[in-house]
Design a protein around this ligand. Structure first.
Ligand code: SF4
Length: 212
C-alpha cells in the first residue's frame, strides 16, 4: 500500500514536469488500464505505426492495433533493407506512433537510444501523435542515470533478444562498442516538445514493470 502510494507520488511528479515540457502524462496502475487508455487516444480508422518495443507488446497494444479498425504500417513485413526503409519512411507520416522510452527522469526528460534511428526520428518529428507506454521501472533520477540505465540495464537484454553479439550481450554491461552490431547509434534526450506541437507526446506511465 505504502509502496503503491510512493509510486503514484513519483508518477505525479513526472506528469507535472512533462507538462512544463509541453508533453502530457497519465498514470495507469495496471497493464489493462494502460491498454484501455492507449486505445482511448487512438481514433478509429487512423494510420498507426510503432517502433520496436516490448512494453507495447506486453500490455496487449500491438495485438489490439493489428486486429482493430486501424490502417497499420507494420515494420515486420519488410523483406529487405529497401522495403524496411520505405516502411520506416511511411511511419513518419502516421497519425499515431507507438513506442516506449528507454528511460524517463523524475524531471520529465525522455532518454532513448537507437541502433537504426527510425524510432527516435519519429519521436523527434513526423507522426501527429506519439503514444508512449513506460513502466515505472524505467524511471531514473536524472539524465546521467537514465543513459547509464539504458546502456547497462536495457541494452544487454535487447542485444540478447535480437541475437546480436555485442560486448554487453556477453558481459551484461556496456563497453562503449563501435562494432557492426552496436545498438547504440543515436542517444536522444527529449528535453521538451515545441509549443506548436504541445501535447503531441502522450506518456502513459504504468505502475507495473514493463520491457527492459
Ligand atoms: S555501446 Fe555497445 S556495449 Fe554499450 S550498450 Fe550499446 S551495444 Fe552494448
Amino acid at each position: 500500500m505504502i509502496l503503491e502510494k510512493a509510486k503514484e507520488l513519483r508518477a505525479a511528479t513526472i506528469i507535472k514536469n512533462l507538462e512544463k515540457r509541453n508533453m502530457t502524462g497519465i498514470y495507469c496502475k495496471t497493464k489493462g488500464d494502460a491498454l484501455k487508455q492507449a486505445l482511448d487516444y487512438i481514433e478509429k480508422g487512423s494510420v498507426v505505426s510503432w517502433g520496436g518495443s516490448m512494453s507495447i507488446e506486453e500490455i496487449g497494444l500491438m495485438d489490439a492495433v493489428k486486429s482493430g479498425d486501424y490502417q497499420v504500417i507494420d515494420r515486420s513485413i519488410a523483406k529487405n533493407y529497401e522495403e524496411q526503409r520505405e516502411i520506416f519512411s511511411k511511419a513518419v507520416l502516421s497519425d499515431y506512433y507507438l513506442m516506449s522510452s528507454n528511460a524517463i527522469t523524475l524531471d520529465g526528460e525522455l532518454i532513448n537510444i537507437d541502433g537504426t534511428g527510425n524510432r527516435v526520428a519519429c519521436l523527434n518529428y513526423g507522426p501527429k501523435n506519439i503514444i508512449m507506454i513506460v513502466g515505472m521501472n524505467k524511471v531514473t533520477n536524472n539524465v546521467e542515470d537514465g543513459i547509464a540505465r539504458v546502456r547497462n540495464i536495457a541494452s544487454p537484454p535487447n542485444a540478447l533478444r535480437l541475437d546480436l553479439k555485442t560486448p554487453c550481450s556477453i558481459t551484461g554491461r556496456c563497453q562503449d562498442c563501435y562494432g557492426d552490431s552496436c545498438i547504440c547509434s543515436q542517444i536522444v534526450i527529449t528535453r521538451r516538445q515545441s509549443a506548436a506541437m504541445r501535447g503531441r507526446i502522450k506518456v502513459i506511465l504504468v505502475g507495473e514493470s514493463l520491457g527492459y
